[in-house]
Design a protein around this ligand. Sequence first.
Ligand code: PEP
Length: 260
Amino acid sequence: MNKKYRKTIIAGNWKMNLVPSEVRPFTEELRTLLPKTKTCEVALCVPFTHISTLRRIIKDSRILVSAQDVSIYEKGAYTGEISAEMLSDMGVHYVIVGHSECRQYHGDTDFTVGQKAKAVLDKGMSPIICVGETLEQRERSLTKDYVSYQVLAALSYIPEDMIKQCVIAYEPIWAIGTGKTATPEEAQEVCENIRTVIREKSGARMARGVSILYGGSMNAKNAQELLSMPDIDGGLIGGASLKPAEFSKIIDAVAEVTGE
Ligand code: PEP
């Protein structure tokens, strides 16, 4: 399917790393390394405490300030929670929902992931909906069924006309933070299947417009091969996004793939 119908996105997921005073030196270094040509969108999904600092620093740059999670609730007595309205008021662009670490440690379910995605869309931002199988599921050949189920469960909360604003990130759990990457062919197979699921649900036009990212130990060395795959429209990057030089090389890989 033709990639021209969708955005290429390189999104860094800092997780619970760096303190606010490290945001400026990090971002200034990254800015000097960013290619001048805009071959892709660049997002940094930072802890809530870093958002306003990042926003101030990146004001006139191409970096999109983004977040790692959101509450399912709109407002009120939910101690410790951050609402979609709060994020949108702070200029947040993308919000990760359903990261496997949030599913594993914070009790996110397919039910809450769909609700979070809808909350993000309702406030004019875009969710990056994470899906992916465990090693056991892969070994039992359950990957496609499980990932298809996760995608459909999340999208069942989204009105049809909002689906094109969603981004899906295929992140095999066994590849996150482990240094093990899915081969480009393995990643492509699942991403293609995700697009098929969207096509069967919402039609070809919708499916060709939704960006599907790969995440799981993507780095400067393997990015180009993964990003060359026809259904991989970018990356969600954890560890390698914490090093400006490494992260910018992944962005350079997009230019190499597109020839710009
Ligand atoms: C992630 O946390 O989304 C991720 C892909 O991490 P890593 O790149 O470190 O595997």
